[in-house]
Ligand binder design. Structure first.
Ligand code: NAD
Length: 287
């Protein structure tokens, strides 16, 4: 997706871990479109690497903010007030204990349930509340979700719950902010090759299912997340709020794998070998 458009104003992107991070993909695209971009990462040890990424595209405002810590959030949003008005905001954080993504959802511990919901859903609402006063003439807020909010998936347990709650939070925040022309939306790509995805033990059945069922027979490309993210944060998407936008190569609208993906289904059913990293889904996801 190489379509270009120009953006002006200040945009904030929270939750960059590395160059694969979907938050980084969007931040980089916003910067290349001419926007001023402020980025956060979760911890001090990530800062040097994220700074190096920023240097390559001229993003110099990079802060550490652990969204679970009120003191970090207070400090970051106090700093952000110096950069107001904020035109657009991206929430790119999620977490669930990898050990509890497998097995049965009903065995999920209370502590991990709470932490999963706090990091993956509450922090979004917390960010919305804190950024609202800094959006003086309307604005755009965006988060990232996944289709396991709609249907249960192996090895995704609590994250599916968190994404369902996150999507409900998007609709509710869009209602809260509607009177101020602040749009709140979510992007829903397929599984993608990032650190968060690698915390899913044995990601291949999920990747296979998504790839085989999708109409394009592939996963979403990073540049597609970047372009759609920038679009949803731009005036080009004016008039839309409270939506989950699926850039899932047609997975959600597909009831079954197309016949042309019979080879993928055969691999999924017959040749799939969890101990092998040489399957075509593995090659496609790059894992
Ligand atoms: N990779 C995929 O397959 C995929 C698909 C659909 C949606 N998503 C969503 O995209 C978003 C970004 O994930 P990603 O795939 O780019 O992986 P990623 O690992 O690069 O990003 C996840 C980010 O969450 C941050 N984070 C976790 N806890 C935090 C905290 N307490 N404070 C601040 N930051 C915290 C991490 O530091 C990391 O930067 C997530 O919401 C994820 O669920 C990912």
């Amino acid at each position: 997706m190489n379509a270009t458009f120009n953006l002006s104003g200040t945009f904030v992107v929270m939750g960059v871990l590395n160059s694969y991070s979907l938050a980084w993909q969007i931040a980089e695209r916003l910067r290349r479109s001419g926007a001023d971009v402020i980025v956060t990462c979760q911890s001090l040890d990530l800062l040097p690497n994220v700074k190096k990424l920023g240097e390559k595209v001229g993003i110099r405002s990079i802060f550490v903010c652990d969204m679970e810590k009120s003191e970090d959030m207070d400090a970051f949003f106090a700093e952000l007030a110096n950069h107001a008005p904020i035109a657009g905001f991206v929430h790119g954080a999620a977490y669930s204990d990898p050990k509890e993504l497998t097995g049965r959802l009903v065995d999920m511990s209370r502590d991990n349930f709470v932490r999963t919901m706090v990091v993956s859903c509450y922090t979004f609402l917390d960010c919305c509340r804190r950024v609202e006063p800094l959006m003086e003439n309307g604005g755009k807020i965006l988060t990232l979700t996944f289709g396991a909010s709609l249907a249960s998936c192996d090895n995704y347990n609590g994250m599916g719950l968190a994404k369902a709650a996150l999507e409900a939070a998007v609709r509710a925040a869009a209602r809260d902010f509607g009177g101020r022309e602040i749009a709140v939306n979510a992007l829903s790509p397929t599984t993608m090759r990032t650190a968060a995805a690698r915390s899913v033990k044995d990601p291949y059945p999920l990747a296979y299912t998504w790839i085989a069922t999708s109409l394009f027979g592939r996963i979403t490309k990073p540049e597609e997340v970047a372009a759609w993210g920038a679009f949803l944060l731009s005036p080009l998407s004016d008039g839309m709020t409270g939506e989950v936008v699926y850039i899932d190569c047609g997975k959600r609208s597909s009831g079954m794998p197309p016949k042309r993906h019979a080879h993928l289904v055969a691999e999924m059913n017959g040749k799939y070998n969890p101990s092998s990293a040489t399957t075509s889904a593995a090659a496609t996801t790059g894992e």
